[in-house]
Design a protein around this ligand. Structure first.
Ligand SMILES: *[C@@H]1O[C@H](CO)[C@@H](O)[C@H](O)[C@H]1NC(C)=O
Ligand SMILES: *[C@@H]1O[C@H](CO)[C@@H](O)[C@H](O)[C@H]1NC(C)=O
Ligand SMILES: *[C@@H]1O[C@H](CO)[C@@H](O)[C@H](O)[C@H]1NC(C)=O
Ligand SMILES: *[C@@H]1O[C@H](CO)[C@@H](O)[C@H](O)[C@H]1NC(C)=O
Ligand SMILES: *[C@@H]1O[C@H](CO)[C@@H](O)[C@H](O)[C@H]1NC(C)=O
Ligand SMILES: *[C@@H]1O[C@H](CO)[C@@H](O)[C@H](O)[C@H]1NC(C)=O
Ligand SMILES: *[C@@H]1O[C@H](CO)[C@@H](O)[C@H](O)[C@H]1NC(C)=O
Ligand SMILES: *[C@@H]1O[C@H](CO)[C@@H](O)[C@H](O)[C@H]1NC(C)=O
Length: 304
């Protein structure tokens, strides 16, 4: 019944009139897709978009956009990208508060299976549970969910500084571009209009994609924080760079893999994160070209 409602609304969503400027992306598409603009429905919308961005499109049907998901390897401008090792524990890339990164699996809450059921994890204590629920909350703030902040859709309760979270990953421009692309394609797959996908992409790139960016406020209650996620030498430098605020970027080392440190997040199509078929990256490359043009155009407008 849920998917029947969603399918119907999505068909409307793709042909819907332009979003009024005084209604947030979250509120607008919650109403368009789920009818009632409640906190619970806003959380459902962000759950669908985040889960799809992570494991690829899984709801039936979408508006005809295939989303490979951030765990699938891809080519970005001829550079191979594979974000999966940051999630499987293959790299010493998680900041657990120490002076160097540690290996941690974020697929320890059942992997893809609970995400396919529109859930964050199969429990409420795994790394996967905290990562996914924090993503639902964080993206709710970024897309302007007006009803967030109560029991049905809690306020963001995660780390304040995205730099701190990602500081041992040495994320490249190609990597963050792929991540943002997948979020944008996920939104587009639910019928979010191109202008709104561009707005989301610009917001993400502007907040996280510039090396040495000065502190900015994303979560009001958390105040200005270092937010750059893109930190390696390939990242564009912030127009207001404050590089002295950031530590030197070091590539994460490889973890000595044990069976408990590894995880698997098979995509709905059955591709594994370790040995994807070539068609996945080919498909991704094609779609990326399409929507990145819009984001790049918007970015240029922002900084020129
Ligand atoms: C948005 O603006 C329109 C027209 O200006 C107005 O009718 C509507 O009530 C506003 N909506 C909100 C949520 O402020
Ligand atoms: C929307 O809310 C109204 C009033 O609470 C309810 O009757 C209706 O079933 C809801 N529709 C959906 C699709 O949730
Ligand atoms: C993903 O979307 C594509 C394009 O609409 C579709 O062909 C494919 O079946 C979808 N995959 C899943 C698992 O729903
Ligand atoms: C830089 O590294 C030092 C040593 O690990 C640490 O104390 C400091 O908090 C780090 N600074 C930032 C901005 O991460
Ligand atoms: C959840 O998934 C993990 C594997 O990621 C498994 O070890 C655990 O037993 C599962 N828990 C439940 C309650 O199914
Ligand atoms: C890809 O290439 C285009 C055109 O040269 C450039 O504008 C864009 O910044 C590149 N993107 C990445 C992620 O390298
Ligand atoms: C750079 O800093 C100036 C002064 O604080 C500010 O007006 C401007 O918006 C900033 N530009 C960017 C791209 O952050
Ligand atoms: C980690 O392993 C990969 C191959 O799996 C290798 O290319 C890379 O150089 C290794 N990195 C380090 C820091 O040893």
């Amino acid at each position: 019944m849920f998917f029947k409602t969603l399918a119907l609304a999505a068909a409307v969503g793709s042909a819907v009139a332009q979003r009024p400027a005084n209604i947030s992306i979250c509120d607008y598409y919650t109403t368009a897709l789920l009818t009632n603009n409640t906190a619970a429905n806003q959380m459902t919308l962000l759950t669908l978009v985040v889960n799809t961005a992570v494991i690829g499109n899984y709801t039936k049907p979408n508006v005809g956009i295939k989303v490979p998901g951030i765990l699938a390897p891809a080519m970005i401008n001829g550079t191979a990208v594979n974000l999966a090792p940051y999630f499987t524990g293959a790299l010493l890339s998680t900041n657990n508060g120490g002076s160097s990164g540690v290996s941690q699996s974020f697929l320890d809450g059942g992997g893809a299976a609970p995400l396919l059921k529109n859930m964050p994890a199969n429990d409420t204590s795994s790394n996967q549970y905290f990562l996914l629920t924090h993503l639902y909350e964080f993206f709710g703030v970024l897309t302007g969910c007006s009803m967030q902040g109560g029991a049905d859709y809690p306020a963001y309760g995660g780390e304040a500084s995205m730099y701190e979270v990602h500081k041992f990953m040495a994320i490249s421009y190609a990597e963050i571009t792929y991540f943002i692309e997948q979020v944008g394609m996920s939104a587009a797959s639910f019928g979010v209009a191109t202008e709104d996908v561009t707005t989301i992409g610009e917001a993400l790139m502007g907040a996280f994609g510039y090396r040495c960016a000065p502190p900015i406020t994303i979560i009001k209650a958390q105040g200005p924080q270092l937010q750059a996620i893109c930190t390696d030498s390939t990242c564009p430098i912030s127009p207001n760079a404050t590089c002295a605020s950031y530590n030197a970027t070091m590539e994460p080392g490889n973890a000595t893999m044990t069976s408990s440190a590894s995880g698997s997040m098979s995509s709905p199509t059955g591709t594994s994160t370790t040995s994807p078929p070539a068609t996945v990256s080919k498909g991704a490359g094609a779609s990326i070209t399409f929507s990145f043009a819009a984001i790049a155009g918007g970015l240029a407008a922002m900084f020129l």
